[in-house]
Design a protein around this ligand. Structure first.
Ligand SMILES: [Zn+2]
Length: 249
């Protein structure tokens, strides 16, 4: 595969980077990334992955767009209210870059359908908003051997970590199982915060695909947006991890 004249202009800034270059751009165009959720995190992640020329973007989301989503879920517009989020996300991302094909899955990711959905993708972005889904993605990606970027946000706080199953610390090395979901109405998140975390997730996918730099593995990045403080905490593989421990169990 070689870049067309227009692609050489479209991706000119990537082509100037020795870490990416034409070979990296061709890898991006051939890459398949799965977004699980196209809300606060999935919107910016999808925007940047589409803009970067990722060839196939899978989007798993069964939700219909609600007014309360619009404060942060920037792949969707007011005119999309009442539509399936995968429909508006597909229109948005494909309009940004026709090199990016979007395949929507109008279903919730479950233990039963995850192997089928994950199968054709190279990298998974966990852009979900609940603990059950995050543990499900960790388990399914481990079983399928798929690298993934975890992120979570609450109120003014966020965290993210990249996992290469079998090689680096996994989500269950950090957290054994889902805590009780907080009672009462949702707390935020503040707008723009998911933009920071989702953009980091997209960048981790781009780095994984092109093989440049050092991934956010065996490290948890936390963001306190109220104080605007970022921290990186070392994370070790837990030998007793119920998912990736040795021996497992
Ligand atoms: Zn683990």
């Amino acid at each position: 595969m070689s870049l067309t004249a227009f692609q050489q202009q479209r991706y000119a800034r990537h082509l100037t980077l020795p870490e990416i270059g034409a070979a990296g751009q061709e890898r991006l165009l051939a890459a398949r990334v799965l977004l699980v959720g196209v809300g606060g995190l999935g919107s910016p992640a999808g925007f940047y992955l589409a803009a970067a020329g990722v060839g196939l973007l899978g989007v798993v989301d069964s939700d219909v767009l609600e007014a309360s989503n619009l404060q942060r879920q920037i792949a969707h517009t007011t005119a999309d209210l009442g539509l399936q989020k995968i429909a508006s996300a597909q229109r948005t991302f494909e309009a940004l870059n026709p090199d990016c094909r979007v395949r929507g899955f109008a279903e919730r990711l479950t233990a039963a359908n995850a192997p089928r959905i994950l199968e054709e993708f190279d990298f998974v972005v966990d852009a979900t908003d609940n603990f059950d889904s995050k543990f499900l993605i960790a388990d399914a990606c481990h079983a399928a051997g798929k690298p993934y970027s975890h992120a979570g946000i609450l109120a003014f706080f966020g965290q993210t970590m990249t996992v290469i199953p079998g090689r680096t610390a996994c989500y269950r090395c950090l957290f054994d199982g889902p805590p009780a979901e907080p009672a009462g109405p949702p707390q935020g998140p503040v707008g723009a915060l998911p933009g920071i975390l989702g953009s980091i997730q997209a960048l981790e996918a781009i780095k994984f695909i092109t093989g440049c730099g050092t991934l956010l593995t065996d490290r948890l990045l936390t963001c306190d947006a109220l104080q605007m403080q970022f921290r990186v905490v070392a994370v070790r593989r837990n030998p007793h991890c119920r998912l990736c421990g040795h021996p497992p169990g």
